[in-house]
Design a protein around this ligand. Structure first.
Ligand SMILES: [Cu+2]
Length: 313
């Protein structure tokens, strides 16, 4: 800071010398303001932080209750690395201690706390209560939770009647889970009345070439690429030999559910000889959500006779 202040002096002095006074003093002024602002900010931050530092330092650690020898808590039927549905019922186990509701001061008892996507809190303090630290102060041993798609960690931490971990603390191993996006419920956007999607090509019952072009039609709505949030719009999904998927879930993405997220209106499909079904389903993608009312076209049956090497219509 001192160095910078000297610099300001230099700028101002030399500024005068080179008759650039006005210009330089504006810069100097701006720099001064910046310096002043920074000093204010530091002072402000110190004032703001201080009470917290003091509060943390002065909070007396509550007396911790002893845990029973070999006490342990664990998830029942949940393995580390498991892929789980978005909504899941978790069951909590405890061994060598008993469950008691919060406030009940019986020795060798406590209640479960579920830690979601967080590490162990300070063990000599009451366990925080928020979205990441869920208390089961009623003595519950199971809970239904809903997690967003993706990877998460789950851990159990036992707490006494005052929500403070025992001494030594009793906690489970960290369980890593992956939530399958297909199981995440989606809020659906209403489709305008009369909107429909349909296959322009091929016709229902047509015998087609093994490799053929499928053309998609849409009326009463507009096409928009995946990820855009234009109202009354969506993109095509071609269902090949697949029934309609659940409408309140993300449309699966695999060989039987082909997404046309760039708002394409046709595609080339290669089918094995035999009977197949093709169906269109209009959908939207996150963040603007997945499905609209099923405006799926009628099934189009395409056929290919078993005889090989012929020219297909
Ligand atoms: Cu608690």
């Amino acid at each position: 800071m001192t160095e910078r202040l000297t610099d300001f002096g230099a700028i101002i002095r030399y500024g005068n010398l080179f008759a650039l006074e006005a210009h330089v003093s504006v810069i100097a002024e701006l720099l001064m303001y910046r310096f002043f602002f920074r000093v204010c900010l530091i002072i402000f931050a110190t004032i703001t932080l201080d009470p917290h530092i003091e509060a943390g330092a002065q909070q007396p650690a509550p007396a911790r209750k002893p845990s029973a020898p070999n006490a342990r808590v664990f998830f029942i039927d949940l393995k580390d690395g498991a892929t789980i549905p978005s909504k899941i019922k978790l069951r909590f186990g405890v061994e060598n201690m008993e469950i008691a509701a919060a406030g009940v001061a019986t020795p060798n008892t406590g209640h479960h706390h579920l830690l979601i996507d967080t590490s162990l809190p300070p063990l000599d303090q009451p366990i925080p209560s928020d979205f990441n630290h869920i208390h089961f102060g009623g003595g519950q041993t199971e809970a239904e939770i809903t997690l967003p798609a993706g990877e998460h960690t789950l851990q159990l931490l036992f707490g006494d009647q005052a929500h403070t971990p025992h001494q030594p603390p009793v906690f489970s191993e960290v369980i890593h889970v992956k939530v399958d996006p297909v199981t995440v419920e989606k809020t659906r956007t209403p489709a305008p009345a009369g909107a429909s999607v349909f296959l322009i090509e091929p016709a229902d019952g047509a015998t087609v070439a093994r490799k053929m072009t499928v053309k998609f039609g849409l009326s009463g709505m507009e096409l928009s690429p995946a990820g855009t949030s234009k109202p009354n719009s969506g993109h095509h999904h071609l269902l090949i030999d697949a029934p309609l998927p659940a409408f309140d879930r993300e449309i699966p993405s695999d060989l039987n559910h082909v997404h046309f997220g760039r708002a394409q209106t046709d595609t080339e499909v290669t089918l094995t000889p035999g009977d197949h079904t093709l169906q269109l389903l209009l959908g939207r993608t996150p963040p603007s959500i997945s499905f609209i009312r099923p405006t799926a076209s009628a099934f189009t049956r395409t056929q290919r006779s078993g005889s090989a090497c012929a020219a297909w219509a």
